[in-house]
Design a protein around this ligand. Structure first.
Ligand SMILES: *[C@@H]1O[C@H](CO)[C@@H](O)[C@H](O)[C@H]1NC(C)=O
Ligand SMILES: *[C@@H]1O[C@H](CO)[C@@H](O)[C@H](O)[C@H]1NC(C)=O
Length: 200
């Protein structure tokens, strides 16, 4: 009788919690993209409570901060500072799943070649250090792509465009520490809205 009552109480408590705190395992984070409502279950605040974690988190944050410099600066060979040689990146349609650093670099270079300029702004970011060799992160981004006008294409021709293409999305990255450096081994680029054009 007492047992039944405590179970009933537990059931009521669970039901009254709007969203019970769950901690999902890092191994579930890839390869499939994580639905946005599940993200809090991977990044609950109790993961951030010691200094070693913060040290690695900052190393990952600084590494990922190179990404806009490399993409917007068309320094594609430097993607090797961020992605492991055998990294796999799902950039969503139309680029799809890219296997290996050289394919990722070549595909991004070609995809961005027609924009006179781009700017990738990184937004909210969470990093979870799973163990001494593995981590996961989510980073919101918004990317502004200047559209070419009058057939003017190629980097550096910033005056060519007064209309722009906006991309809204997030990078869901799985990291491994290799030879002392954190590198992305799996990326899901998840769009959060359709690509939209506007006036700059
Ligand atoms: C790649 O990402 C897209 C968009 O998030 C998703 O629909 C697709 O299932 C992913 N593909 C793989 C192989 O995970
Ligand atoms: C595009 O071409 C039109 C027609 O030649 C010209 O009037 C306009 O100034 C050009 N725009 C740019 C941005 O070069």
């Amino acid at each position: 009788m007492y047992l039944w009552n405590s179970h009933a109480l537990a059931a009521v408590l669970l039901m009254s919690a709007p969203h019970a705190i769950v901690s999902l395992s890092c191994t579930q984070f890839s390869p499939s993209p994580v639905p946005i409502p599940q993200l809090p279950d991977y990044f609950s605040p109790h993961h951030y409570l010691d200094a070693t974690t913060l040290f690695h988190t900052e190393a990952i944050r600084q590494t990922l901060t190179l990404y806009p410099y490399i993409i917007d600066g068309r320094a594609f060979p430097s993607l090797s500072s961020i992605f492991a040689t055998d990294a796999v990146a799902n950039y969503s349609a139309p680029l799809g799943v890219l296997n290996g650093l050289s394919t990722i670099a070549a595909t991004l270079e070609q995809a961005l070649a027609s924009f006179p300029a781009t700017q990738h702004l990184l937004g909210p970011q969470t990093v979870r250090i799973c163990d001494s060799k593995k981590a996961i992160s989510v980073t919101y981004y918004r990317a502004v792509h200047l559209l070419p006008q009058n057939g003017t294409v190629g980097p550096g021709n910033i005056l060519g465009g007064d209309s722009v293409l906006y991309a809204y999305g997030q990078y869901q990255d799985t990291w491994e520490k290799r030879d002392g450096l954190w590198k992305i081994v799996y990326r899901n680029l998840v769009y959060m809205a359709p690509l939209v054009t506007g006036i700059n």
